[in-house]
Design a protein around this ligand. Sequence first.
Ligand code: MG
Ligand code: MG
Length: 278
Amino acid sequence: MFRRKDRIEIKTPEQIELMRGAGLVVARTLELLRSTVVPGVTTRALDAVAEEAIRDHGAIPSFLGYHGFPASICTSVNDEVVHGIPGDRVLLPGDQISIDCGAILAGWHGDAAITVGVGEIDPAATELSRVTEDALWRGLAAARIGNRVVDIGAAVEDSVRAEPGGTAYGIVEEYVGHGIGTSMHMDPNVPNYATGGRSPLLAAGMALAIEPMVCAGDRTVRTLDDDWTVVTADGHRACHWEHTVAITEQGPWVLTALDGGAERFAALGVASPAAERG
Ligand code: MG
Ligand code: MG
């Protein structure tokens, strides 16, 4: 899976700045979508909001047409894990939706996902989303010079397992994070679990999308007949959170977070260029 460091795209600081531009388009689009998620809205309506927002920022929705994907976002509800296709589904109170969004600006990609409750949701569902998002931030914090790719997955898995009841959660292994830059999906793969073994050293100028998918039950997943939607085999809920992060000399910089990760990293005691530049 991992071999040659020279297959990982290294960006100049100027190119990372351009990626920040793409990341902010994704961040602002997801913020807009967060407030658009209300009972009664269809996932297709969310997709329309997303496409308009991305294009209004002068960017291109990277998912649209990707291997034939028919929309600008993925909308995965309840037991759907990832790659749900927007459509006629009406969101109901108590639903929980993961929204994955990607945009290209000036040739550079950003990719991020959030999970949002629809109206009032079950406390266990809220907790599952928190556990997944916290694990993502532990993974992002591990995206620093001197660490290896495997350290990210180990940080994500350790975070989930350290939670109360953490051993009962399933961490999806079939879908992983990835390098990102001039394409959405590049080397290296970034698993969300501890793989052990060899993996590339992280270096300044690398950019990665880290995206844990955590299930309330078993981690086994299957793909529906639409050839896209991935669901948990046991029907339990799953949450998906994702950010694009740049590895810099000053620490990780979360390109798809509005504040660059400043608040979260401060709480974790992690040095980041976001502390000064947002
Ligand atoms: Mg994504
Ligand atoms: Mg991704």
